[in-house]
Design a binder for this molecule. Structure first.
Ligand SMILES: [Zn+2]
Length: 280
């Protein structure tokens, strides 16, 4: 592989203990970074304010250190995270992007509850209920949704070249600002990747529809750097051992594996049985 990149990132969410799936993703990221010269940013996504716990943030540092997964930029401990790197510090950036999207008419306010959405839609996709209601942006208990064209074609740069994909219809009109006023994942992730100058994103196959939504969003924001980002979507936890571990409660957390197996080598051995880890 002759391609070189400037920066990639690992971006865990501190709403639970890290599990094997996270580690597969981090290990793949670290391996690709090593081969392409990319530096690794640790970005901890803490916009889900109700679910973030200090011990989960600490677990991220403990796990990365225990498994010797390197990172070159971002917090080294909880204090640095709080003081410099929490997404709370970047709220003005998210607000500016949301405002920009609202002003050019790509956003609408929606007051539907999850139950209401599900009652009108078998697959859980948004049925467009509030699309043409013209609710004002500051409507009480409203989220903001991106008005998407489900016939759109999305271009995605990968390690193999540029791919064309249809917009994922299950994710029509995604929420970009939650009812609590905080930005939704799709928006904060795009804004952060642009802010930090990330040009290689490595994530699980399950997040590919999210990537397509984010590329769609970035086009509306005229975010050239994000549109030029290269994406690699890797396989998920698989195999008999992976499935067996996934079924026993708690057994997929790396914290549990550390307690159970003790040494780094043993924990890596178990993780490798659960998926296709590219060796660092
Ligand atoms: Zn609605």
């Amino acid at each position: 592989m002759h391609t070189t990149f400037g920066k990639t990132r690992i971006a865990p969410t501190p709403s639970g203990y890290l599990h094997i799936g996270n580690v597969l993703s981090f290990a793949t990221t670290a391996a690709l970074a090593g081969r392409t010269g990319a530096k690794i940013l640790l970005r901890i996504d803490d916009m889900d304010r109700d679910r973030v716990e200090r011990e989960y943030v600490q677990d991220i540092f403990d796990t990365l250190n225990f498994l010797e997964i390197p990172w070159h930029e971002g917090p080294r401990n909880y204090e640095e995270f709080e003081q410099e790197y929490s997404q709370v510090h970047r709220l003005p950036l998210y607000s500016a992007a949301l405002q920009q999207l609202w002003e050019v008419g790509h956003v609408f306010a929606c007051t539907c509850s999850r139950a209401q959405v599900l009652s009108h839609s078998k697959d859980g996709s948004y049925p467009g209920t509030c699309r043409h209601k013209g609710l004002p942006p500051d409507t009480k208990d409203a989220c903001w949704r991106l008005r998407t064209d489900v016939n759109a074609v999305v271009h995605m740069r990968t390690l193999q070249g540029i791919e064309e994909h249809p917009f994922p219809t299950l994710m029509a009109d995604p929420v970009i600002r939650k009812k609590d006023g905080y930005p939704a994942y799709q928006l904060s992730s795009v804004v952060d990747d642009m802010h930090y100058g990330v040009d290689l994103v490595v994530r699980g196959m399950d997040l590919r529809p999210s990537t397509l939504v984010q590329l769609y969003l970035a086009k509306l924001l005229r975010a050239g750097s994000f549109l030029d980002t290269t994406f690699h979507h890797h396989g998920l936890v698989s195999g008999a051992d992976g499935m067996k571990l996934s079924k026993s409660a708690g057994a997929t957390s790396v914290r549990y594996l550390r307690e159970q197996y003790g040494t780094r080598e043993e924990v890596w051995r178990v993780i490798r049985q659960c998926g296709n880890v590219i060796t660092i």
